[in-house]
Write a protein that binds this ligand. Structure first.
Ligand SMILES: [Zn+2]
Length: 107
C-alpha cells in the first residue's frame, strides 16, 4: 500500500483584498431633496431630509417644506423651497431613491 502524500498543501487564502468594512455610524446632516416625479409632466417635489455625509444615505427625516399663512400651512413648490432653504445642501434625486450623490455637495 502506498502512502500518498500530497506534494503541495493548498494554502488557505481567506484574505480578500476587496472586502472592506463599509459599516459606519451614519452622520446625518439636514438637506433639501428635490425628488423627480413623472406625473403628467415632470417636476420636482421638495422634501426636507437628512443625509449621511459619509455615504449619502438618506435618514428617516421626511418633512414637506411649508409656510404658515394665517392658520393654515401651505406647501412650498420646488423653487420656493430652494429659495427659503438656500442655506441647506440641495440634492436632486429620483423621488424613490433612498440615497443622494455626494458628488453634488458643494464645499
Ligand atoms: Zn453613512
Amino acid at each position: 500500500m502506498e502512502n500518498e502524500i500530497p506534494k503541495y498543501r493548498k494554502k488557505k487564502n481567506n484574505s480578500s483584498k476587496s472586502e472592506k468594512k463599509s459599516d459606519h455610524k451614519h452622520e446625518y446632516k439636514d438637506c433639501l431633496v428635490l425628488g423627480k416625479v413623472n406625473w403628467g409632466n415632470q417636476h420636482y417635489i421638495p422634501t426636507l431630509r437628512e443625509y449621511c455625509v459619509l455615504c449619502g444615505k438618506l435618514g428617516r427625516k421626511w418633512e414637506p417644506p411649508s409656510i404658515k399663512i394665517g392658520n393654515a400651512y401651505q406647501y412650498l413648490d420646488a423653487d420656493d423651497a430652494v429659495k427659503k432653504y438656500s442655506y441647506l445642501q440641495v440634492f436632486y434625486i429620483d423621488y424613490l431613491d433612498d440615497c443622494v450623490n455626494l458628488d453634488e455637495v458643494k464645499e
